[in-house]
Design a protein around this ligand. Sequence first.
Ligand code: ZN
Ligand code: FE
Length: 239
Amino acid sequence: MKIEIIKCLQDNYSYLIIDKKSQDACVVDPSEAKPIINFVENNRINLKYILNTHHHYDHVGGNLELKKKYNIDVVGFIGDKDRIPEIDILVQDNQIWKSDIFEAKIYHIPGHTTGHIAFHFFKEKKIFTGDTLFSLGCGRIFEGTYKQMFDSLNKIKKLPTDTKIYCGHEYTLQNSNFCIANDPKNLKLKDKIIEIREKLKNNLPTVPSILNDEIECNIFLKAKDVESFSKLRDLKDNF
Ligand code: ZN
Ligand code: FE
Protein backbone atom coordinates (compact mmCIF):
# COMPACT_ATOMS: atom_id res chain seq x y z
CA MET A 1 0.00 0.00 0.00
CA LYS A 2 1.38 3.32 -1.05
CA ILE A 3 0.20 6.77 0.02
CA GLU A 4 0.29 9.63 -2.45
CA ILE A 5 -0.04 13.10 -0.96
CA ILE A 6 -2.08 15.48 -3.13
CA LYS A 7 -2.04 19.19 -2.37
CA CYS A 8 -5.45 20.83 -2.72
CA LEU A 9 -6.82 24.35 -2.33
CA GLN A 10 -4.64 26.61 -0.14
CA ASP A 11 -3.21 24.23 2.41
CA ASN A 12 -5.31 21.05 2.30
CA TYR A 13 -3.98 17.55 1.81
CA SER A 14 -5.93 14.80 0.13
CA TYR A 15 -4.43 11.34 0.11
CA LEU A 16 -4.55 8.50 -2.36
CA ILE A 17 -4.17 5.09 -0.76
CA ILE A 18 -2.95 2.91 -3.58
CA ASP A 19 -2.71 -0.86 -3.83
CA LYS A 20 0.55 -1.21 -5.75
CA LYS A 21 -0.45 -4.52 -7.34
CA SER A 22 -3.83 -3.63 -8.76
CA GLN A 23 -3.45 0.19 -8.83
CA ASP A 24 -6.81 0.32 -7.06
CA ALA A 25 -7.10 3.32 -4.78
CA CYS A 26 -9.15 5.18 -2.21
CA VAL A 27 -9.01 8.94 -1.88
CA VAL A 28 -9.23 10.53 1.55
CA ASP A 29 -10.93 13.95 1.78
CA PRO A 30 -10.85 15.18 -1.83
CA SER A 31 -11.10 18.94 -1.31
CA GLU A 32 -11.44 19.40 -5.04
CA ALA A 33 -11.67 16.95 -7.93
CA LYS A 34 -9.14 18.34 -10.38
CA PRO A 35 -5.81 17.50 -8.71
CA ILE A 36 -7.15 14.04 -7.92
CA ILE A 37 -8.28 13.43 -11.49
CA ASN A 38 -4.92 14.61 -12.81
CA PHE A 39 -3.03 12.14 -10.67
CA VAL A 40 -5.44 9.29 -11.33
CA GLU A 41 -5.29 9.80 -15.10
CA ASN A 42 -1.53 10.28 -15.29
CA ASN A 43 -0.81 7.19 -13.21
CA ARG A 44 -3.53 4.84 -14.42
CA ILE A 45 -5.09 4.52 -11.02
CA ASN A 46 -8.44 2.78 -10.57
CA LEU A 47 -10.22 5.02 -8.12
CA LYS A 48 -12.64 2.94 -6.05
CA TYR A 49 -13.70 4.87 -2.96
CA ILE A 50 -13.88 8.28 -1.39
CA LEU A 51 -13.26 8.28 2.36
CA ASN A 52 -14.46 11.41 4.18
CA THR A 53 -13.31 12.33 7.69
CA HIS A 54 -15.96 15.05 8.10
CA HIS A 55 -18.44 17.15 6.18
CA HIS A 56 -16.55 20.46 5.80
CA TYR A 57 -16.36 21.75 2.27
CA ASP A 58 -12.58 21.62 2.10
CA HIS A 59 -12.79 17.85 2.71
CA VAL A 60 -15.75 16.84 0.54
CA GLY A 61 -15.61 19.47 -2.23
CA GLY A 62 -14.55 16.92 -4.87
CA ASN A 63 -17.10 14.20 -3.98
CA LEU A 64 -19.73 14.97 -6.59
CA GLU A 65 -17.41 15.35 -9.56
CA LEU A 66 -15.30 12.30 -8.69
CA LYS A 67 -18.35 10.17 -8.16
CA LYS A 68 -19.84 11.26 -11.47
CA LYS A 69 -16.63 10.56 -13.34
CA TYR A 70 -15.61 7.25 -11.76
CA ASN A 71 -18.91 5.92 -10.39
CA ILE A 72 -17.38 5.27 -6.97
CA ASP A 73 -18.79 4.97 -3.45
CA VAL A 74 -18.44 7.58 -0.74
CA VAL A 75 -17.71 6.31 2.78
CA GLY A 76 -18.62 8.51 5.74
CA PHE A 77 -19.96 8.65 9.27
CA ILE A 78 -23.53 7.46 9.75
CA GLY A 79 -24.36 10.55 11.82
CA ASP A 80 -23.34 12.80 8.92
CA LYS A 81 -25.42 11.01 6.30
CA ASP A 82 -27.42 14.16 5.63
CA ARG A 83 -24.46 16.48 5.19
CA ILE A 84 -21.72 14.49 3.43
CA PRO A 85 -22.48 14.95 -0.26
CA GLU A 86 -23.15 11.73 -2.21
CA ILE A 87 -22.57 9.46 0.77
CA ASP A 88 -23.18 5.75 0.06
CA ILE A 89 -21.55 3.62 2.74
CA LEU A 90 -22.35 4.55 6.33
CA VAL A 91 -19.79 3.65 8.98
CA GLN A 92 -19.78 3.97 12.74
CA ASP A 93 -17.44 4.05 15.72
CA ASN A 94 -15.16 1.01 16.10
CA GLN A 95 -16.41 -0.59 12.92
CA ILE A 96 -13.97 -2.18 10.50
CA TRP A 97 -14.51 -1.03 6.94
CA LYS A 98 -13.01 -3.47 4.44
CA SER A 99 -12.84 -3.85 0.68
CA ASP A 100 -10.21 -6.07 -0.98
CA ILE A 101 -6.87 -5.09 0.51
CA PHE A 102 -8.21 -1.90 2.09
CA GLU A 103 -9.05 -2.40 5.71
CA ALA A 104 -9.52 0.40 8.21
CA LYS A 105 -10.93 0.74 11.68
CA ILE A 106 -13.23 3.71 12.14
CA TYR A 107 -12.96 5.92 15.21
CA HIS A 108 -15.61 8.50 15.97
CA ILE A 109 -13.54 11.46 17.17
CA PRO A 110 -15.91 14.42 17.70
CA GLY A 111 -14.80 17.91 18.69
CA HIS A 112 -13.96 19.77 15.48
CA THR A 113 -17.38 18.60 14.24
CA THR A 114 -19.82 16.29 15.97
CA GLY A 115 -19.49 13.68 13.23
CA HIS A 116 -15.73 13.63 12.69
CA ILE A 117 -14.11 10.22 12.17
CA ALA A 118 -10.61 8.85 11.60
CA PHE A 119 -9.68 5.98 9.30
CA HIS A 120 -7.06 3.76 10.90
CA PHE A 121 -5.32 1.37 8.51
CA PHE A 122 -4.10 -0.63 11.47
CA LYS A 123 -2.15 -3.28 9.56
CA GLU A 124 -0.08 -0.58 7.88
CA LYS A 125 -0.05 1.61 11.02
CA LYS A 126 -1.39 4.68 9.24
CA ILE A 127 -4.19 6.91 10.43
CA PHE A 128 -6.05 9.67 8.58
CA THR A 129 -7.01 12.22 11.20
CA GLY A 130 -8.66 14.98 9.15
CA ASP A 131 -9.00 18.17 11.19
CA THR A 132 -8.79 16.52 14.62
CA LEU A 133 -5.09 15.83 15.13
CA PHE A 134 -2.69 17.96 13.10
CA SER A 135 1.06 17.77 13.24
CA LEU A 136 1.88 19.84 16.35
CA GLY A 137 -1.70 20.99 16.70
CA CYS A 138 -5.35 20.07 16.76
CA GLY A 139 -8.46 21.32 15.03
CA ARG A 140 -10.60 24.17 16.21
CA ILE A 141 -13.62 23.17 18.22
CA PHE A 142 -16.52 24.19 15.99
CA GLU A 143 -19.36 21.90 17.02
CA GLY A 144 -18.22 19.66 19.84
CA THR A 145 -17.03 20.30 23.38
CA TYR A 146 -13.52 20.64 24.78
CA LYS A 147 -14.06 17.36 26.58
CA GLN A 148 -14.97 15.60 23.33
CA MET A 149 -11.88 16.92 21.56
CA PHE A 150 -9.66 16.03 24.52
CA ASP A 151 -11.06 12.47 24.58
CA SER A 152 -10.74 12.14 20.80
CA LEU A 153 -7.07 13.13 20.89
CA ASN A 154 -6.47 10.68 23.73
CA LYS A 155 -7.99 7.88 21.66
CA ILE A 156 -5.42 8.54 18.94
CA LYS A 157 -2.65 8.90 21.51
CA LYS A 158 -3.18 5.29 22.61
CA LEU A 159 -2.34 3.82 19.18
CA PRO A 160 1.08 2.24 18.57
CA THR A 161 3.65 5.03 18.82
CA ASP A 162 5.09 4.30 15.38
CA THR A 163 1.73 5.01 13.72
CA LYS A 164 1.98 7.50 10.88
CA ILE A 165 -0.34 10.51 11.10
CA TYR A 166 -1.86 11.87 7.88
CA CYS A 167 -3.77 15.05 8.68
CA GLY A 168 -5.97 17.37 6.65
CA HIS A 169 -3.87 20.52 6.44
CA GLU A 170 -0.32 21.83 6.17
CA TYR A 171 -0.46 23.84 9.40
CA THR A 172 2.69 22.41 10.94
CA LEU A 173 4.88 25.52 10.90
CA GLN A 174 2.24 27.82 12.43
CA ASN A 175 1.48 25.10 14.96
CA SER A 176 5.14 24.75 15.86
CA ASN A 177 5.31 28.45 16.76
CA PHE A 178 2.58 27.94 19.31
CA CYS A 179 4.15 24.77 20.70
CA ILE A 180 7.58 26.32 21.21
CA ALA A 181 6.10 29.46 22.78
CA ASN A 182 4.45 27.27 25.41
CA ASP A 183 7.12 24.61 25.72
CA PRO A 184 10.37 26.52 25.16
CA LYS A 185 12.67 23.93 26.74
CA ASN A 186 11.55 20.98 24.61
CA LEU A 187 14.72 19.86 22.78
CA LYS A 188 12.93 17.25 20.70
CA LEU A 189 10.54 19.96 19.51
CA LYS A 190 13.45 22.20 18.57
CA ASP A 191 14.88 19.41 16.44
CA LYS A 192 11.52 18.80 14.85
CA ILE A 193 11.17 22.48 13.97
CA ILE A 194 14.50 22.38 12.15
CA GLU A 195 13.26 19.36 10.20
CA ILE A 196 9.97 21.07 9.39
CA ARG A 197 11.64 24.23 8.09
CA GLU A 198 13.98 22.15 5.96
CA LYS A 199 11.09 20.25 4.38
CA LEU A 200 9.06 23.36 3.68
CA LYS A 201 12.09 25.12 2.24
CA ASN A 202 12.34 22.26 -0.26
CA ASN A 203 8.63 22.47 -0.99
CA LEU A 204 7.97 19.11 0.69
CA PRO A 205 5.01 18.28 2.91
CA THR A 206 5.67 17.96 6.65
CA VAL A 207 3.26 15.02 6.74
CA PRO A 208 3.08 12.24 7.61
CA SER A 209 4.17 12.74 11.18
CA ILE A 210 4.89 9.88 13.58
CA LEU A 211 2.68 9.53 16.63
CA ASN A 212 5.70 9.32 18.93
CA ASP A 213 6.91 12.75 17.76
CA GLU A 214 3.45 14.16 18.34
CA ILE A 215 3.30 12.74 21.87
CA GLU A 216 6.66 14.34 22.64
CA CYS A 217 6.20 17.64 20.82
CA ASN A 218 2.51 18.45 20.31
CA ILE A 219 1.45 20.62 23.24
CA PHE A 220 -2.18 19.54 22.89
CA LEU A 221 -1.24 15.89 23.40
CA LYS A 222 0.75 16.86 26.48
CA ALA A 223 -2.25 18.37 28.27
CA LYS A 224 -2.88 16.33 31.41
CA ASP A 225 -6.57 17.13 31.85
CA VAL A 226 -9.44 18.73 30.02
CA GLU A 227 -8.99 22.03 31.92
CA SER A 228 -5.42 22.57 30.76
CA PHE A 229 -6.37 21.38 27.28
CA SER A 230 -9.21 23.92 27.12
CA LYS A 231 -6.88 26.72 28.21
CA LEU A 232 -4.39 25.82 25.48
CA ARG A 233 -7.13 25.63 22.85
CA ASP A 234 -8.38 29.10 23.78
CA LEU A 235 -4.85 30.51 23.75
CA LYS A 236 -4.24 29.02 20.31
CA ASP A 237 -7.45 30.53 18.93
CA ASN A 238 -6.03 33.95 19.76
CA PHE A 239 -2.38 33.24 18.99
ZN1 ZN B 1 -12.74 20.93 9.02
FE1 FE C 1 -10.29 21.44 6.98
